[in-house]
Design a protein around this ligand. Structure first.
Ligand code: SF4
Length: 486
């Protein structure tokens, strides 16, 4: 285990995030500076007033040699010092380990937002060099980031700081995946609550019409797995989306049909009848043993069957989610997964690098079984990019998560005209999102006077029974957020 000791909380997040990226899978503890640092410790003393920082690494079982460095930049202002501190810490860790990270010292989840901002300010010329020099971003990732930023900004233009999108969360799934950190109740066990849940969704939708008073740009029904509902319940839900949000006539009407074990011909017919324009059928992997291990309760053949049925039902915009770095998988497994996905020829691919979340069962699994994948994540991601390009897809959105495999990213690729607009909107925060359902977060994005963008949020209870019993309060939160009065 590595212990990070600090004397200034301002740097706690970055030190922890970067240390975890340089030492993935290693347990890392943080604490306020004490008397004795002990072995396997990284001690960071910072003096904000003097703009000084000293880093001391004490070797142990994980850290293999002692190390000391100092940084002094008395002329830096506070903001500058904070950035210099971060770069200093990154450079020290890079020198110490002899490694670099693909996204360098960037620890945020939205690198494209940052790249887009820089591009707007100083233009495209020399941007790779700038990202490399100032943020230590690798050339490959700088190029990818710039490419995505350009694609995104063209797609986002019609939505920037106007209108809103609607999200409806359905927190039920056929079973819980090992890596899941989302709100997800077992449909079989919670079935008796579904009717009441849909009643609450309808109450929310009625209030939504009053509060927003205009049609959404896009509608996304996610979760959970909305198609975990039976065909009649799904029909009821989609009828509501049509009645209250005219979902079929928006720019994009997506239903996350993620789990092949939740799909059948009847549900595809229901979705088609209600004008759903985009669905997601998510294999995650095409390796049978892994599917079983991660608790998906469906086979590779089920994925293929669901995909073919979706095409036969007339869906011409089908996304596939894949995860690279699942337990026990090597580079060859990942290549096979990408090749089989390509054979099915989806319209878009969302390629995730596995992220370890504390709330997932995966954390427990790793504690029992040890490290999960020794593969070269960077090479796997490269292969994903090549596969997408062979399908004539462009990368069009990207985000990162904490504790993400290989310190990499999640990337959305799509063929021309098959983009998931909602996905970019939620990530780049250029449009308000009105979110309905348990455990959802609504976001108001405001740039009324054209100056600084202001983002405010409100959430709903994650606990299902609390959400059901407190529905009026959930609605009132949104009424306040979006500035509507009774
Ligand atoms: S399908 Fe998605 S939401 Fe449901 S358990 Fe699996 S990861 Fe979680």
């Amino acid at each position: 285990m590595i212990t990070i000791e600090y004397n200034d909380e301002a740097f706690e997040y970055d030190a922890y995030a970067l240390c975890r990226s340089f030492y993935p899978g290693e347990e890392t503890e943080q604490r306020f500076m004490g008397e004795d640092a002990g072995c396997d410790s990284i001690r960071i003393f910072s003096d904000m007033e003097k703009r000084f920082v000293k880093l001391v690494i004490k070797a142990g079982e994980v850290l293999d040699h002692d190390f000391e460095r100092e940084l002094s930049c008395p002329d830096a202002d506070e903001r500058e010092f904070k950035w210099k501190w971060k770069l200093f810490f990154y450079d020290c860790m890079s020198e110490y380990t002899g490694r670099t990270l693909p996204w360098g010292a960037l620890t945020g989840v939205r690198p494209i937002k940052l790249i887009g901002g820089i591009m707007n300010e100083q233009g495209r010329e020399g941007l790779e060099d700038f990202l490399n020099d100032e943020y230590r971003v690798s050339r490959k990732k700088a190029e990818l980031g710039i490419r995505i930023s350009k694609n995104e900004s063209a797609l986002l233009k019609p939505y920037e700081y106007k209108g809103h999108s609607l999200y409806i969360g359905i927190p039920f799934c056929p079973s819980r995946c090992l890596y899941c950190s989302f709100l997800s109740y077992d449909y079989g066990k919670m079935k008796k609550h579904v009717a009441e849940y849909l009643e609450c969704v309808e109450k929310e939708l009625k209030a939504y019409v009053e509060i927003m008073g205009e049609k959404p740009s896009t509608v996304y029904i996610g979760g959970g797995t909305p198609t975990a509902l039976n065909a009649a319940e799904l029909d009821e839900l989609l009828s509501m989306a049509e009645e209250y949000a005219d979902a079929a006539n928006t720019d994009e009407f997506t239903v996350e049909a993620g789990r092949p074990d939740s799909l059948d011909d009847e549900k595809f017919r229901v979705m088609k009848a209600h004008g759903v324009s985009r669905i997601s059928v998510n294999p995650q992997t095409f390796k049978e043993d892994t599917l079983e291990l991660i608790g998906r309760k469906h086979s590779v053949a089920d994925v293929e069957k669901a995909f073919v049925a979706a095409r036969e039902a007339g869906f011409d915009n089908i996304n596939m989610d894949l995860i690279l770095g699942l337990p026990g998988e090597n580079a060859e497994d990942v290549r096979r997964t990408l090749d089989r996905a390509a054979e099915l020829n989806p319209d878009s691919l969302t390629v995730h690098s596995l992220a370890l979340k504390r709330s997932s069962k995966m954390t427990q699994w790793i504690a029992e079984h040890g490290a999960i994948s020794g593969m070269d994540h960077d090479a796997a991601m490269e292969y994903a990019l090549k596969t997408a390009e062979s399908l004539k897809m462009e990368p069009y959105y990207l985000y990162r998560q904490k504790n993400i495999a290989g310190a990499l990213e999640n990337t959305g690729f799509a063929a021309e005209g098959k983009y998931g607009i909602y996905n970019i909107l939620i990530m780049e925060e250029v449009q308000s999102i009105y979110a309905i359902g348990a455990g959802t977060v609504s976001k108001r994005v405001n740039q009324g006077d054209g100056s600084a963008v202001e983002i405010t949020r409100c959430d709903t209870h994650k606990d299902l029974s609390l959400y059901l019993s407190d529905i009026q309060a959930m609605i009132e939160r949104k009424r306040r957020l979006f500035g509507a009065t009774d």
